[in-house]
Design a binder for this molecule. Structure first.
Ligand code: PHE
Length: 456
């Protein structure tokens, strides 16, 4: 069966694909503006704690469930014999569809910046981002291209070009960010930016900061919706799941932290407010590239947004893979038909998000969340629902399921398949302990407090 479904050819292939899923707009676009809105370093501290303490164990659980069952997130729970728990899978499908619907729009911005900077049509200045996103015909066109590319790769199955592309592109992005950090810290006011990023002021921590740091941790690691159940289902039995999960977490967190080192010196050196929301990198970086001067600025700027588009691309692929694998496994639909139809549907669902940044006023001021005084655009609203609410909820249920329903013994057997030596190691013991106690209690508590705080 495994061969029919296809699979990753090598362990490094899986790690790269999963890291490719994790590393994306979440690290380079979302993380900096969330830090900016969350008051800086205090947010970073919480995000890091959540990634390692809560998310890492959930990641091991997801990959194990996937590998054990060789199924999509809905089928996985059924195949373990717990049909009712496939509600986690359905919630995951909903999260995936919603996330991809707005993610593709932001990917279209990144891709559009690449094209516009390269072709010299990009105008830099305070209004440039707003003008760009308001041009819905253009953004729609780029979005369509992006979604078609995603559907194309997913329709061809798992092992194909992704592994190879990720091997070259991820390191390049990494090197480029390092280069930009070196440039960033030489700029005037860079230290102010680093201070904002690194010196926590714990009185900045409010309920909503905790909530968004948690959502960010899940989103950035592609957790809580079964993306890693799905990828795990293509993993060889000989792979060591715990160490693979550790590598994926470290790479993902590493890229996010580096992105912060790059962006905050830039933001402060240009005198931009760090709490500007989703436009942060799009408003800041073009000015930086321009300051590099002439053709050099154009080349570096265009190349940066090209790589950002690639990072987004390996994530959109994993997002589309989840509902596609579901249709293929559970409804016997041809992979190509499933991938193209779902992509089209998600593109359509994404239209209101696309229009919510300048094209349609009412979508731009869509809702005012309780406890806030400014209305948020539709795109951000979908994010609050899917990333910040559904993903941690999914993670909570996955932890409870693994520890108490599937049971730790069985989970440990699956983990030990790849590497007996993991048995009794402290990492394994921590994962078991966390899934039993830490994740259910903390995730449950944060969830209840947030609900109480937001709605009562
Ligand atoms: N982790 C991806 C990013 O940071 C987004 C993503 C979320 C991908 C959930 C798959 C599943 O860009």
């Amino acid at each position: 069966m495994a061969t029919q479904r296809g699979g990753f050819s090598t362990r490094i292939g899986f790690i790269l694909a999963a890291a490719g899923s994790a590393v994306g707009l979440g690290n380079i676009w979302k993380f900096p503006f969330e830090v900016g809105e969350g008051g800086g370093a205090a947010f970073v501290v919480m995000y890091l704690a959540f990634c390692f303490i809560l998310c890492f164990p959930v990641m091991v659980a997801e990959i194990s469930i996937g590998r054990k069952t060789q199924r999509n997130p809905v089928g996985a729970f059924k195949s373990l014999g717990f049909k009712r728990w496939s509600v986690i899978g359905y919630l995951g499908l909903a999260s995936g569809v919603l996330i991809l619907s707005f993610y593709n729009v932001v990917a279209a911005w990144a891709f559009g910046y690449f094209i516009d900077i390269l072709s010299g049509t990009f105008s830099i200045g305070g209004e440039a981002f707003g003008q760009f996103t308001a041009d819905w015909i253009k953004v729609g066109g780029y979005g369509l291209i992006f979604m078609v590319g995603t559907a194309f790769v997913v329709s061809r199955g798992i092992a194909g070009g992704i592994e190879r592309a990720a091997k070259i592109l991820m390191p390049t992005l990494f090197i480029m960010i390092i280069g930009l950090i070196i440039y960033a810290v030489t700029l005037p006011n860079a230290m102010e930016g680093l201070k904002f990023y690194l010196v926590p002021e714990f009185d900045e921590i409010t309920g909503s900061v905790v909530y968004s740091a948690l959502g960010q941790a899940f989103f950035s690691l592609s957790l809580g919706m079964g993306a890693l159940i799905t990828y795990g289902s293509y993993v060889a039995k000989t792979d060591n799941i715990v160490s693979s999960a550790a590598s994926i977490t470290l790479v993902d967190v590493g890229v996010a932290v580096l992105a912060g080192f790059m962006i905050f010196p830039f933001v402060f050196s240009q005198g931009i407010e760090p709490n500007g929301g989703p436009g942060l990198i799009f408003a800041t970086l073009p000015g930086v590239f321009q300051s590099l001067g002439g053709i050099l600025g154009v080349i570096i700027g265009a190349f940066f947004f090209l790589l950002l588009s690639f990072a987004a691309f390996t994530s959109t692929i994993s997002l589309l893979e989840v509902p596609t694998a579901y249709m293929v496994d559970e409804h016997n639909i041809d992979r190509r038909i499933a991938a193209w139809l779902i992509a089209l549907l998600i593109f359509l669902i994404g239209i209101p998000s696309m229009l919510s940044y300048g094209a349609v006023e009412a979508l731009g001021n869509f809702v005012t969340m309780p406890g806030s005084d400014t209305p948020m655009p539709f795109l951000d609203f979908v994010g609050v629902i899917a990333n910040d609410t559904f993903l941690p909820l999914g993670g909570f249920m996955i932890a409870v399921f693994t520890a108490y329903v599937w049971r730790t013994e069985n989970f440990n057997l699956e983990i030990a398949e790849g590497d007996e030596s993991i048995k009794g190691s402290w990492l394994q013991m921590y994962v078991d302990f966390a899934l039993k106690y830490v994740c259910p209690v903390l995730l449950g508590a944060i969830f209840l407090v947030t609900v109480a705080d937001k709605f009562f």
